[in-house]
Design a protein around this ligand. Structure first.
Ligand code: ADP
Length: 419
């Protein structure tokens, strides 16, 4: 740049105006198209991921109903759109370079021809032409890079704003990145868990799911929560687990209100058995000591948990005992064995409180009975909270709470509820 300006500043100005103008015009011309391509790619990518998760999540139904072709076709269509949008935005980014190169060389040849036709000696303009040729070789790629990055930014702005909106909606940008350690203090339960006048509405919805729920769960008792589907049972359990905060009202453990600082200590004292356990493609032992680094796994705790979940004898009967692989997603285990494994996992760190969320509802009556008996064997050793649709699951509970549309409609012993 300095050499051009020193040699002939007027000509240098003309070059900058021409080059800058060219890229400016191209950018103005392409910017809306680039944004549209970015949006197209974002939307198609979203649909593509949704299709994959739907197809793999419901693989059995997909295969059974012969929907593979449809899913594969849709996936292929969306992938094509993503590829086309990516290709085009890249093309918009690089094409001005070739256009400009052709123009510049045409101009150079044109100037040489004009000088020759005028019968002037070429040596007159050769130094200037040489300087511009060298400057062009150095300057054009630099300008091209600036333009290309600008067009990449333009295409990806859609994704950046899309993610920023998601972060804002979920509050992820304000949350601390510090992740809790699983080895801190544990808040033990000695007298009771109490929930006082809890109200909760899911973000983005109008109707409250829990409307003034109050209940008490004495330590080492077994409490059942029942009620129609959608009555707020899972939401109430999530509040008890400290996974969501009530909008108003309180959750207290031994009379002490649970807050941000005591939440992790409370969660370390909880075991949770979901309706469907997530199994990793590893050994039985790895699945019981889920998410614990191999050097910290305690084999004695695994065996104790398996015995408490009435799973030890079955594991011993396997060819490699605790080192037997369960297969992808526990494919080699029956539904009942999987739920026992879930109970063993919940018991691994010897928590005081165990939560069961519809843990037996997917099982046949006989298996469910066997599991309920196993849960019963834990009664009065642990505090147990069971959500169940079927009343028979709650037959050993000391107290059964009925929820309806977010309100506790009945609290009583199991035999009182049946009447
Ligand atoms: P239950 O466990 O008794 O079937 P839930 O606690 O799962 O009931 O749900 C209670 C109500 O809250 C339902 O109407 C459900 O649609 C709504 N709900 C549950 N989870 C969410 C969520 N993440 N966002 C919005 N609404 C939800």
């Amino acid at each position: 740049v300095a050499a051009l300006v020193i040699y002939n500043w007027q000509a240098a100005c003309v070059v900058f105006v021409v080059l800058g103008g060219f890229y400016g015009a191209v950018h103005t011309l392409f910017q809306h198209r680039l944004s549209a391509l970015g949006r197209m790619r974002w939307d198609a990518n979203e649909r593509r991921y949704r299709l994959v998760s739907e197809a793999l999540g419901g693989l059995k139904e997909v295969r059974l109903f012969g929907r593979e072709r449809w899913y594969a076709g849709e996936f292929s269509r969306e992938s094509d759109t993503v590829a086309r949008a990516s290709g085009r935005s890249y093309l918009y980014g690089i094409s001005p370079r070739y256009l400009l190169e052709s123009l510049a060389f045409t101009l150079l040849v044109g100037v040489v021809l004009a000088v020759l036709m005028q019968g002037r000696p070429l040596t007159e303009i050769l130094p200037l032409l040489g300087l511009y040729a060298v400057a062009g070789v150095r300057l054009m790629p630099a300008l091209q890079i600036c333009y290309q990055y600008l067009s990449t930014i333009r295409t990806n702005t859609v994704a950046v704003y899309g993610l920023a909106t998601l972060f804002e909606e979920t509050g992820a940008n304000t949350r601390s990145l510090e992740l809790p350690d699983d080895r801190g203090t544990v808040q033990r339960l000695s007298s009771e868990i109490s929930v006082g006048d809890v109200w909760f509405t899911y973000p983005g919805t109008e109707r409250p799911v829990l409307t003034g729920v109050s209940l008490r769960i004495p330590a080492r008792s077994c409490v059942g929560i029942t009620g129609p589907s959608g009555s707020g049972k899972t939401t109430l359990m999530d509040i008890l687990l400290g996974l969501i905060d009530p909008d108003s009202g309180s959750l207290a453990v031994d009379g002490k209100r649970l807050d941000e600082s005591s939440r992790c200590a409370w969660q370390r004292n909880l075991g949770f058995v979901p309706q469907q356990i997530y199994l990793v493609d590893g050994t039985v032992a790895e699945n019981i000591a889920f998410g614990i680094p191999p050097d910290r796994v305690d084999p004695a705790a695994i065996e104790r948990a398996a015995r408490m979940a009435s799973l030890h004898d079955f594991i011993e009967s396997l060819s490699q005992g605790y080192s037997t692989g369960v297969g992808e997603r526990g494919i080699r285990l029956s539904g009942g064995q999987r739920q026992r494994l879930a109970i063993a996992r919940a018991l691994y760190h010897d928590p005081d409180v165990l939560f069961f969320d519809e843990a037996t509802s997917a099982l046949d009556a006989e298996t469910e009975n066997a599991i309920v008996e196993s849960i019963q064997s834990l009664a009065h050793k642990k505090t147990i909270v069971i959500i169940a649709h079927r009343l028979s699951t709650l037959r050993y509970c000391d107290k059964v709470i009925t929820l309806d549309s977010g309100v506790v409609t009945r609290t009583g012993a199991f035999h009182e509820l049946k009447t």
